[in-house]
Design a protein around this ligand. Structure first.
Ligand code: ASP
Ligand code: CP
Length: 316
C-alpha cells in the first residue's frame, strides 16, 4: 500500500518508508492498547463491514476490535447465512453493502484478486484480509512489527519461512515486505510445496530444512493448507503422511537448535500441532512469539484503519 492509496490490497509495490511509517503508527497503538485507553473519536460515524468468505478467528476478531477501539460502527456479515447462499454474486453483495454507505470493507475471499476487483466497484476503502494464495497484507505488517519490536530492526536479519509456501498468502506478503525492508529471506519447503518461480522472488530456496534453518534469526512456520490441496484437483498427494512431513519439515527443539540461539519462532495461526510445529517450541515462552503476533495484529489493524480513513476523508 502506498500511504497515498485508498485501499490496502497488497504489500507488493509498497515503499519501504511507507511500511516504516505504518509500523511506527502501529507501535503507538500497541502502547495505547496496553494502557487500556481507546481513541473512539477517530472513526466515529464511520462504518466498517467485515465480509469474510473464508473462515477466520484472528483477522476478523482483530479488525472488529480495532474498528471498535477507534469508534467505528462495526458489522460482521455472516456470509454463511447471507444471500450469497441464494446465489448472489460477490459484486452484487459488495454493491449492496456499498449502498448502505459502508466506509471500510474488510474482505477475505478464496479467490486471489477478489478484493482488488471489489476495490474497482465500491466507494468504500477495501482492505484485503487474505485472498486465495495471493496476499495477506496485514499479516505481514503484524509479523514485521513483532520482529522489529523484538530485534530492533528488520534490515540484515535472516528469516526462514518454512512449510507450505505454495499455498501461503502469508508467505507471499512477507516475502515482499521483508525483502523490501532489507531482510534476507529463505524459503524452506519440499519441492511439491515450493512455488516454481520462487527463485525469482529475491529469496534463497531450500528443500532441506536443517540447511535452511542454519543461523536463522527468525523461523516463521506455515500451516499445511490441506483445504487448498483438495480443492485444487487431487493435489492432496503434495504432502506425504503427517508423520513423515513432521519428520522432515516439522519444527521441533532439535531442528530449532540449528538456528541462532536467540532465534524467534513465529506462526500466523491456526497451527497444526504435530504437523508443521511441535508444542514444545510453539509454547516455549523463551522462543515463541506466536501470542505476541496476535497482539500486534490489533495494533496494526488500528494503524491501517487510521491511515485509510484519514486518506479517504481527504478524498471526500
Ligand atoms: N490464517 C492465515 C491465512 O488465512 C494462515 C493460515 O490459514 O494458515 O492465510
Ligand atoms: N493468521 C490468520 O489470518 O488467522 P485467521 O485465519 O484465524 O484469521
Amino acid at each position: 500500500m502506498s500511504l497515498h492509496h485508498r485501499h490496502l490490497l497488497q504489500i507488493e509495490g509498497m515503499h519501504p518508508p511507507d511500511i516504516g511509517a505504518m509500523l511506527d503508527l502501529a507501535e503507538s497503538y500497541v502502547l495505547l492498547n496496553r494502557s487500556g485507553k481507546t481513541q473512539r473519536d477517530l472513526l466515529r460515524g464511520r462504518t466498517l463491514i467485515n465480509l469474510f468468505f473464508e473462515d477466520s478467528t484472528r483477522t476478523r476478531t482483530s479488525f472488529e476490535l480495532a474498528g471498535k477501539r477507534l469508534g467505528a460502527d462495526v458489522i460482521n456479515m455472516s456470509v454463511s447465512t447471507s444471500s450469497v447462499n441464494k446465489g448472489e454474486t460477490l459484486l452484487d453483495t459488495a454493491a449492496t453493502l456499498n449502498a448502505m454507505h459502508c466506509d471500510l470493507l474488510v474482505v477475505r475471499h478464496g479467490e486471489s484478486g477478489a478484493p482488488s476487483l471489489l476495490a474497482q466497484k465500491v466507494d468504500a476503502a477495501v482492505i484485503n484480509a487474505g485472498d486465495g494464495t495471493h496476499e495477506h497484507p496485514t499479516q505481514a505488517l503484524l509479523d514485521a512489527l513483532t520482529i522489529r519490536r523484538r530485534k530492533g530492526r528488520l534490515e540484515g536479519l535472516t528469516v526462514a519461512i518454512c512449510g507450505d509456501v505454495l499455498h501461503s498468502r502469508v508467505a507471499r506478503s512477507n516475502i515482499h515486505l521483508l525483502t523490501a525492508m532489507g531482510s534476507r529471506v529463505r524459503l524452506v519447503a519440499p519441492p511439491t510445496l515450493m512455488p516454481s518461480q520462487a527463485g525469482r522472488l529475491g529469496v534463497e530456496v531450500f528443500h532441506d530444512m536443517r540447511a535452511g534453518l542454519e543461523g536463522a534469526d527468525i523461523v516463521m512456520m506455515l500451516r499445511v493448507q490441506r483445504e487448498r490441496m483438495s480443492s485444487s484437483g487431487g493435489r492432496i498427494g503434495l504432502v506425504p503422511s503427517e508423520r513423515e512431513y513432521f519428520r522432515f519439515f516439522g519444527l521441533d527443539a532439535e531442528k530449532l537448535a540449528l538456528a541462532r540461539p536467540d532465534a524467534l519462532v513465529m506462526h500466523p495461526g491456526p497451527m497444526n500441532r504435530g504437523v508443521e510445529i511441535a508444542s514444545e517450541v510453539a509454547d516455549d515462552p523463551a522462543r515463541s512469539v506466536i501470542k505476541e503476533q496476535v497482539e500486534m495484529g490489533v495494533a496494526v489493524r488500528m494503524a491501517v484503519l487510521d491511515i485509510l480513513s484519514r486518506q479517504n476523508r481527504r478524498n471526500d
